[in-house]
Write a protein that binds this ligand. Structure first.
Ligand code: OFO
Length: 168
């Protein structure tokens, strides 16, 4: 195995963190859909899929370095936020938490002189900058629109998602 036992278990913990985030975003997507915010809900399904991909990328790395993937239980996500704003606030907090988790992994890799893992983690460091920034922008949009004008956010998200599809 090319990584330490400690790093192996820290990466498995991060797999669980990413899956928990994925599940939490999925719960938010259903609540948004129930509120009649279909596009907003789709955006969170997309976010949820991305978090799952983040988890899978780590499991792929563990396999590449001869580590062992150990999956652990996913927490039951909060099911009721009551407003789009409190959901996006929670999502932003969650992205900030993930950023701290990634930074801790980077510190561990550096302290162990595990430069392969350090290099692997750089993708997550960069991704978190993007995710915190896009979630902050979304929160700003929701705040500007206010709960009664969320259709404006729906329209904006629909345009953004269409543009992103065009780039793929
Ligand atoms: Fe958005 O968090 Fe994954 O890494």
């Amino acid at each position: 195995m090319m990584i330490s036992e400690q790093m192996n278990s820290a990466l498995n913990k991060q797999v669980a963190n990413e899956l928990n985030t994925s599940f939490a975003y999925l719960a938010m997507a259903f609540e948004l859909d129930d509120m009649g915010l279909k596009i907003f809900g789709e955006r969170f399904v997309q976010q949820s899929d991305e978090e799952r991909e983040h988890a899978m990328k780590i499991t792929g790395y563990l396999q590449d370095v001869g580590g062992k993937v150990v999956l652990s239980g996913v927490d039951t996500p909060r099911s009721e936020y009551g407003s789009a704003r409190s959901m996006v606030e929670a999502a932003l907090e969650s992205e900030k938490t993930v950023t701290r988790q990634i930074n801790d992994l980077v510190s561990l890799a550096e302290s162990e002189k595990d430069y392969a893992t350090r290099s692997f983690l750089q993708w997550y460091v960069d991704e978190q900058v993007e995710e915190v920034s896009s979630m902050s922008e979304l929160l700003q949009m929701v705040e500007m629109a206010g709960e009664s004008n969320l259709f404006l956010v729906e329209n904006r998200l629909a345009k953004m998602m269409k543009q992103e599809q065009g780039k793929e």
